[in-house]
Design a protein around this ligand. Structure first.
Ligand code: EPZ
Length: 421
């Protein structure tokens, strides 16, 4: 079993290069199923969810060639429909993008029901609404989801009942090769939706409006291969920005798009830290006094839910009482129990956590309960008195490329240790 050991007290200094965005790389990897050609994807983060997704495609007949640590060639010319391995598909949520890409390419799909972090119910009713509007006949049970159709997806208009990243992506995938035009209204506006549209358009698709709440997809007959670089990871960047502010350090983050970080930068500045923005970098300078602040998570461009646990740690160190409201998921406070073991004073009431800041944190044995919660524990450990041991770190490695190495470079006293199981 592997653990991360952190001895707290050091403030972070120096610079860190941000990797490609996991949540942009995953839909683009599954979008290659639509392309009967070779695609070279650059700036791919070297993380577990990407490796797993490439294995899923390889098992389906795709030819996968790692050209470097962060560049992969994907050739789905020979891929077969419905051949993904259920036990791999169930390990992550993003595998459900196979539904849209298989339906788009083959006119049918058969995929095990997806996994993903436990944030309460994570229904796929809007995905199904989209596939049915495109003419698909959908059969879904707790085991698998199947889509069938007589002639393949047909262009249509879809108005989502809620803003959903996954369903917006899945309909874009299914509609790219559809007959006719599809218009998605109340679409998600995340930067990785734009990245997917840019990738598909580079392959010859005709998608406009990505990044707004109305996306138009004019179906084309086929897509050709391309070379495409993934955007930087705004959540990885936000994570290290919070770590710099929490430890009272000064860190330059390179390979970022400051525009994507606006809500996070603004919230970090509200707590008293300084954020200087440049073309493709930001510098975060922490201050001795951390001010309380209230956070409400919301789909982009609101404050991202994937930054909620990390921000909660910073607010544990602030003077006064802060309120964190989770606006996207039913429950995303499982990490609070772990933080309380380190001395945090937090009360959870439904979708709101009340954080009484100013209580010193001390080292403890804690768990990563999910990807972002796990990295929040690392930030807490960096600021705690004494030593913290974090287990279940494979969950952190799902989405953070070399988190230990990057933090060590910035002066953290942190190491990964392997223990015999
Ligand atoms: C993606 O999940 C991300 N995962 C999540 O990041 C992220 O938290 C989320 O988007 C929001 O930004 C990946 O990109 C792999 P949603 P997804 O569809 O697609 C409800 C991380 O840490 N909903 O926007 O599942 C759903 O229950 C992960 O990297 C429906 O009700 O997000 C949830 O409450 C965690 N019906 C909310 O919408 C549906 O049909 C957001 O879901 C679909 C969603």
């Amino acid at each position: 079993m592997d653990k991360i050991i952190v001895r707290g007290g050091a403030s972070l200094h120096g610079s860190v290069e941000i990797s490609g965005m996991k949540n942009a790389a995953l839909p683009i990897i599954y979008a290659c199923v639509l392309v009967e050609d070779k695609c070279v994807i650059e700036n791919v983060p070297d993380v577990r969810d990407v490796a797993l997704s490439l294995n899923i495609l390889r098992d389906m007949g795709a030819k996968i060639t790692k050209l470097s640590k962060n560049t992969v060639e994907i050739d789905c010319t020979e891929i077969s429909c419905g051949m993904s391995h259920p036990e791999l598909v169930r390990k992550i949520r993003a595998s459900y993008y196979l539904l849209g890409s298989e339906f788009g390419r083959f006119g049918e799909a058969k995929v095990a029901y997806p996994g993903g972090c436990d944030f309460g119910g994570r229904p796929i009713d809007q995905h199904i609404k989209g596939f049915e509007a495109l003419g698909g006949k959908v059969k879904a049970d707790c085991d698998k989801v199947e889509i069938s159709s007589e002639y393949g997806p047909k262009g249509t208009n879809i108005f989502f009942d809620i803003v959903t990243v996954g369903a917006t992506i899945n309909v874009m995938l299914a509609a790219a090769l559809a007959e006719g035009t599809t218009i998605i209204e109340n679409a998600a506006r995340e930067p990785h939706i734009v990245d997917l549209a840019n990738f598909l358009n580079t392959c010859g698709a005709r998608i406009s409006g990505a990044g707004t709440d109305v996306i138009k997809i004019k179906g084309v007959n086929s897509l050709h291969g391309c070379t495409y670089a993934i955007i930087p990871d705004m959540i990885e960047a936000g994570t290290y920005m919070v770590a710099a502010a929490a430890t009272g350090g000064c860190v330059k983050l390179t390979n970022v798009i400051p525009k994507h970080l606006e809500s996070v930068s603004s919230k970090i500045e509200e707590t008293g830290a300084i954020v200087d923005e440049y073309d493709d970098s930001v510098v975060v300078t922490g201050r001795d006094v951390i001010r309380k602040a209230n956070v409400k998570t919301h789909p982009y461009p609101g404050f991202p839910t994937d930054m909620q646990p990390q921000m909660a740690v910073l607010l544990c160190l602030a003077n006064g009482v802060s309120y964190v409201s989770e606006g996207v998921y039913e429950k995303r406070f499982r990490y609070v129990e772990e933080l309380k073991r380190m001395g945090a004073s937090i009360k959870v009431d439904g979708r709101t956590a009340v954080i009484e800041g100013g209580k010193p944190l001390h080292g403890a044995d804690v768990r990563a309960v999910d990807l972002r919660a796990g990295v929040a524990m690392i930030i807490a450990a960096l600021c705690a008195e004494g030593t913290t041991e974090i287990s279940d770190i494979h969950l952190i490695e799902r989405g953070y490329d070399d988190v230990v190495g990057k933090l060590r470079e910035m002066g953290a006293d942190i190491e990964k240790v392997s223990y015999p199981d």
